[in-house]
Design a protein around this ligand. Structure first.
Ligand SMILES: C[S@@+](CC[C@H](N)C(=O)[O-])C[C@H]1O[C@@H](n2cnc3c(N)ncnc32)[C@H](O)[C@@H]1O
Length: 181
């Protein structure tokens, strides 16, 4: 089967965080950019997971198919900003499709995960291996599936998929920061 993990720039933050890295970052400051991404995910994949932030959930969820689920990545440790009274301590992740569940033969996954925000990678928005591995379980992916990391950034998602395929423990984030291959 063919799966995708999509971690696009968050709506409204694309140029701010990635404008100097990607010439077309501004696309993701528009609803149409996210609509095209959802259409691509639906067209090209059997299952997908897409990161977004709470502030864009109300805009992006209506673009998704009716069966799409909103998962929650809860962050016990996250950055507290002096101007924000109630911290944004969880992020939604929209998931659609995936391999059908094989019932009692398989463990049931929760629709949330608890994992601290990524630190020490030197890349804004890098995702923790724990969250990526959980998404692979949620999608019911298998190591021989085709899995695309559509927005590689630091490479954390791709590295985690490689390690998972090879049944290795996730590599340390500090090593990734040092450019370890
Ligand atoms: C949220 S980050 C991805 C972080 C990555 N998942 C990780 O764990 O490090 C989004 C990425 O999308 C890239 N990007 C920005 N605009 C893009 C565009 N129009 N097309 C493709 N990639 C884009 C950014 O440069 C950035 O690397």
């Amino acid at each position: 089967m063919k799966f995708a993990i999509a971690d696009p720039p968050y709506l409204g933050l694309a140029v701010k965080f990635y404008g100097d890295m990607h010439p077309d970052a501004a696309v993701f400051d528009t609803i149409d950019g996210h609509r095209e991404l959802v259409e691509r995910l639906e067209r090209d994949y059997d299952g997908w997971a897409m990161f977004l932030h709470q502030q864009s959930l109300r805009h992006i969820l209506p673009l998704c198919p009716p069966g799409a689920r909103v998962m929650s990545w809860v962050k016990p440790w996250c950055s507290f900003k002096p101007t924000v009274r109630v911290a944004y301590a969880w992020e939604p992740i929209i998931v659609n499709g995936g391999r059908p569940f094989e019932g009692r033969e398989q463990d049931t996954e929760r629709d949330w995960i608890s994992a601290n925000m990524t630190m020490g990678v030197g890349f804004q928005g890098a995702k923790p291996p724990k969250v990526v591995r959980w998404l692979l379980r949620v999608l019911n992916a298998r190591p021989d599936d085709h899995i695309d990391d559509l927005f590689p950034g630091s490479g954390n998602v791709s590295r985690t998929i490689e390690d998972w395929r090879a049944r290795r423990e996730p590599r340390q984030l500090q090593l990734i920061a040092e450019g370890d291959e």
